[in-house]
Design a protein around this ligand. Sequence first.
Ligand SMILES: [Mn+2]
Length: 316
Amino acid sequence: MTDFMLSGRPDSDDPNEGGLLGNVANLPLSEPRIPEPESPEKGGPERRRYRTIWISDVHLGTKGCNAEMLIDFLDHTDSDVMYLVGDIIDGWRLKKKFYWPASHNDVVWRIMKRAKRGTKIVYIPGNHDEMFRQFTGLNFGGVEIRRAAFHDTADGRRLMVLHGDEFDAVMLSQRWLAFVGDWAYISVMKLNVLVNAFRKAMGKPYWSLSKAAKHKVKNAVQFISKYEEVVAKSAGERGVDGVVCGHIHTAEFREFEFGGKSVEYWNDGDWVEGCNALVEHLDGSMEILNWPEEMGRREDRAAAQQQPPMRAMEAA
Ligand SMILES: [Mn+2]
């Protein structure tokens, strides 16, 4: 990175200071529509502390994006490093039809705010936001743009991080597997939005219809399984201990073995249907979070705390 990119003073409130990229870094952030809760120090909710967070396939700019749920995730977690593993903004769809509700802005606001608070943010554009790939190597307001990255875990494993569309060409030979499921899949995704609007109106928790359906479509399952193997194999050939990717909207952990060496495959899922994130704990162990489930557990705990204890009820 060259020096001029760092010339802006990130702590300055003057947006005119520090040249062009300084301006970007110093852009004053107007308040989000959905207010960010106070920090824990000021009495706000505790944030779960992780070493690393990976999210991908948010598809901001489309109706399918679960921005509110992602905002809830961002407001309840924190990490030293955060990887945005591609398809964060859906440039393909935005080009066809401009769709940008305030909640999508709020997601971007929170990510920029995190960078300002000191989280190292690495943005690896995917195929739907490939227009950002031309900025590889640049840094916008603390968000580094990379084509891919290597991540070293606290317990010394080296992971390759990439979006995953790099393997589409290899997967072309398997295309017939996906094609059969494709039409059904898109229909199911559209239905998913309707079903969940209805469930919300009925006061029922979020439920991923397409996730449920996907696991029943044999062809889709075969395609996903093959994809996981292809990606893990490529990581193995590069001599790393594992790979983190997104792209196929299916959160998963699998362990492969190639030539006697084991390779971890991690997919951080998406924020269209599954609403998953991948996290690394402080000790280096990793976990796929299902945020709708985490939210459900939090609500149950809150409800349990509101119930008066049995003894008090009996005494009354
Ligand atoms: Mn993708």
